[in-house]
Design a protein around this ligand. Structure first.
Ligand code: FES
Length: 580
């Protein structure tokens, strides 16, 4: 039969594959028809890729195939043609040496999956920590219309009448065992209570933080971040997202239209208000780099300083994501920020309207979960960026998760050369350490680990824990889990493995931390630091081949987002030439 493709609403990029009567068009259409698609689906309507990070080995995203069906329903309803596409799923709890080493690989794979295939718009189906930033990075690099829908958090865990927060409880209980306050049998019993349903971590860990960042950036529909994974409203959200992406393609509403500097400023402030993960710093810097926005660590410090932490969730507070949803979720936080003059109200969102229009009527249903500013958990909730001769390019600290009495401190360094050294010596009763010391961990940064593992929140020595001490200052070039807490200084840049000053700290050196003035100082004369750096040699390098070699050769420092140097900027959506 004759086939004249429609122009809906104009010739879309998918028509470069499916449009017309050429041999190539028949080749592309014909193969897809083996799935039983009728001919008129190739009439020029938008082809929407549902980029799905489902994997049995990413249990946080284990329910995303069901959610994809709801997304598909929404796309069909709106006149689009949905095609589900598996993409690299960087699982936080299985990938070694760390999922972070694969974030950039996943982002590359997503970018090329979108550009090299007949995709006019994309629904980014994500959840676990790295899946959200990697898909946002990939989509930003193509600038093809894209929208996020997350899998949502798990329901509250409960153990012996207490809330069990994902990750947070794990850290607390393992320290409880070391301190002799909990038995291994109790720990095993608690394990059963930690993961009560499908979904991502139920604390304000990195997954919930990044879901909130996506919403604050305007890249998800309003209210998306907090809906529990198993709540029927999560499925409604997925279906509405499917409907919305079709219109976004029609309007050519691109990531670069939404993820503007004003949107990133909103996200940084939201991170302070929710007590979000320090990992958001690295991920937002990387995403901004993909859309060509020069976001810096100084932006994080400047914009977050006056933002109170008002969301009372673990690890900074008491509650979990389920209660955040019942209290009204992120729209309430955005409304509070808007009323306080801390929101760029006119930032555009994927819904096509400005963010203020979406949240201005949001109601707070529980003021213990989302506090008014005069009862904030922390008056200054933003990320503190410390600088000094120990971190010339910066290091980060999350004040809302730190101990106020340690915000200004001078202590003797106890140095661990790498994570194996730390594990080998931390439980040694002969280790010369007390609670006034500062624990220093080297060679856990982007190049050093490699991949920058979440090991910065080093557990305290048992002999300190037995005194009832629960926090000490810890400094490293590592990251820490968003579910963790403590006075933990992270992302020290440049990292030790790249020859940063952290590399030459020795046990017994004195270190000064003063968060109020953002100072991180190694108390040594400049000439002594220079002499030590002159004799420093880099640790053994990467293997001769493979992804790890690529990673170590091209990963940037944490202070600029730890992306690959060759992936900064947007490479666009131009259709590659055909090979058939
Ligand atoms: Fe996947 Fe926490 S480990 S969301």
């Amino acid at each position: 039969m004759a086939f004249e493709p429609a122009t809906w609403p104009r010739r879309l990029r998918s028509q470069e594959w499916y449009g017309g009567t050429s041999r190539d068009a028949i080749y592309h259409r014909g193969w897809l028809k083996n799935q039983g698609y009728p001919h008129d689906l190739f009439d020029g309507r938008p082809v929407i890729g549902i980029l799905n990070t489902w994997s049995d080995l990413t249990p946080c995203n284990g329910h995303l195939r069901e959610l994809a069906e709801k997304v598909k329903a929404g796309i069909w309803e709106a006149g689009g043609f949905p095609l589900e596409v598996p993409v690299f799923s960087a699982s936080e709890n299985t990938f070694r040496p760390t999922a972070m080493m694969y974030r950039n690989l996943a982002a590359m794979a997503v970018e090329e999956t979108m550009r090299a295939q007949p995709i006019d718009g994309a629904v980014l189906l994500v959840g676990c920590d790295k899946t959200t930033p990697s898909l946002l990075m990939g989509a930003a690099s193509t600038d093809i219309p894209s929208i996020v829908v997350t899998g949502g958090p798990m329901l509250n865990g409960w153990f012996r009448g207490e809330r069990v927060g994902s990750g947070t409880a794990l850290w607390q209980m393992s320290e409880g065992i070391k301190a002799g306050k909990m038995t291994t049998e109790d720990f095993l019993e608690a394990e059963q209570a930690m993961s009560r349903s499908s979904g991502t971590c139920n604390t304000m860990g990195t997954a919930s933080t990044m879901a909130s960042m996506a919403e604050a950036l305007g890249m998800a529909l309003s209210g998306n971040a907090a809906i529990p994974a198993v709540d029927s409203r999560r499925r409604v959200m997925a279906q509405m997202t499917g409907r919305r992406i079709v219109q976004m393609v029609k309007d050519d509403l691109k990531p670069s239209d939404v993820m503007t500097r004003t949107a990133f400023e909103n996200a940084i402030r939201v991170n302070g208000a929710i007590g979000g993960s320090t990992n958001a710093v690295i991920h937002l810097l990387a995403i901004a780099g993909r859309v060509g926005i020069d976001l810096t660590l100084d932006d994080w410090d400047r914009l977050g300083r006056d933002v109170p932490t008002i969301v009372n969730l673990m690890p900074s507070g008491e509650y979990l994501m389920e209660e955040f949803f019942y209290a009204g979720g992120l729209p309430v936080v955005l409304r509070h920020l808007g009323e306080a003059g801390l929101l760029n109200r006119d930032a555009l969102t994927v819904s096509g309207v400005c963010i203020w229009d979406e949240v201005k009527d949001a109601r707070n249903w529980n003021e213990d979960v989302i506090r008014p500013a005069d009862r904030a958990l922390s008056a200054s909730g933003g990320i503190a960026v410390l600088k000094g001769n120990l971190a010339p390019d910066g290091a980060v600290l999350k004040p809302s998760a730190a101990s106020p009495q340690l915000m200004q401190h001078r202590g003797r360094a106890v140095v661990f050369e790498d994570i194996d050294d730390y594990k080998a010596r931390i439980d040694d009763e002969a280790l010369d350490i007390d609670e006034t010391c500062i624990m220093v961990l080297k060679n856990c940064g982007p190049k050093g680990y490699p991949g920058m593992a979440e090991v910065g929140n080093m557990g305290l020595p048992p002999k300190v824990l037995r005194k009832g001490i629960t926090d000490m200052i810890r400094i490293s070039d590592a990251r820490m889990s968003g579910t963790a807490y403590g006075t933990v200084i992270l992302h020290t840049s440049p990292e030790a493995a790249a020859g940063g000053p952290l590399a030459i700290v020795r046990t017994g050196d004195m270190i000064e931390v003063d968060v109020a003035v953002r100072r991180l100082h190694l108390d040594l004369p400049d000439d002594e630091i220079a002499a030590r750096l002159a004799t420093w040699t880099a640790p053994a390098g990467a293997p001769d081949s493979g992804y790890e070699k690529l990673f170590q050769a091209h990963v940037e420092q944490a202070s600029t987002g730890a992306d690959f140097d060759f992936l900064r900027g947007c490479r666009g959506r131009e259709v590659p030439r055909d090979s058939h």
